[in-house]
Design a protein around this ligand. Structure first.
Ligand code: BTN
Length: 227
């Protein structure tokens, strides 16, 4: 397993895409990203030396990744790693955000690269202020050495891939269960109560007496409305 560390890159996912054909497993780390990105075309604020910005190239095919499912597995791996460094109270907002005290402290972007997948993970460690519009962003407020955290996350991902022991924990760490959420579906805003998850970790929501399962590719939660 090889680690590549850079000062500044556009995005560690892009840097990983350049080498994913050459290495079976590898991780790319950077101190800063100028074009860090997230799901749904959003950007990921990545100021120098304030976070962990990493992309782990996994020897798993994109088809296998869908069946695992890999984004929830990575979210659990991050929570376990943060706890190992003493951070208490981390939860998961379906599908790919790690939350602490009501703020998003980590985002995960899984992308394919040929016959492999890249797990892009960004953790705000000591970032103190965020650009306008990122009102729900927060930081762990603990100066964990990024490479140590990266190694722990990689270990946790590898273990969870072997043991497949992450689904129950993913469900129990959910910060959405029991909350009313607002989401957009095909451009239409809707509200529903989150009641839990199905076996494929789709989000179960209920509104007007009907329960349905939401897939992460189709909807995006725009707001958590406290009950
Ligand atoms: C999201 O919030 O939707 C996901 C954010 C993922 C950010 C990480 S930082 C490392 C890697 N490189 C990127 O450009 N994105 C991911």
């Amino acid at each position: 397993m090889k680690y590549f560390s850079y000062d500044t890159v556009t995005s560690t996912n892009d840097a990983a895409k350049e080498i994913c054909g050459k290495y079976r497993r590898a991780a790319v780390l950077a101190r800063a990203q100028t074009k860090g990105r997230g799901r749904c075309g959003r950007s990921f604020y990545s100021p120098e030396g304030a976070g962990l910005y990493m992309s782990y190239i996994l020897d798993v095919t994109p088809d296998e990744a869908l069946k695992i499912p890999l984004t929830p597995l990575c979210a659990v791996a991050v929570c376990r790693a943060l706890e190992a460094f003493g951070v208490r109270g981390v939860g998961i907002k379906w599908v790919n955000d790690v939350y602490l005290r009501g703020k998003k402290v980590c985002g995960i972007l899984v992308e394919s690269c040929g016959d492999k997948v890249i797990c892009g993970i960004g953790v705000n460690l000591t970032t103190e202020s965020f650009p306008e519009g990122l009102g729900n962003a927060g930081s762990v407020s603990l100066a964990i050495p990024p490479k140590k955290l990266a190694k722990r996350i990689v270990r946790n991902i590898d273990r969870a891939l072997k043991r497949r022991d992450f689904k129950e924990e993913y469900v129990s760490r959910s910060v959405l269960t029991g909350k009313t959420v607002e989401f957009s579906e095909n451009g239409v805003m809707k509200k529903a109560l989150v009641t839990g998850f199905d076996g494929d970790l789709r989000l179960l929501v209920s509104s007007e007496g009907k329960t349905r399962a939401l897939s992460s590719g189709e909807v995006h939660i725009t707001e958590i409305i406290q009950n």
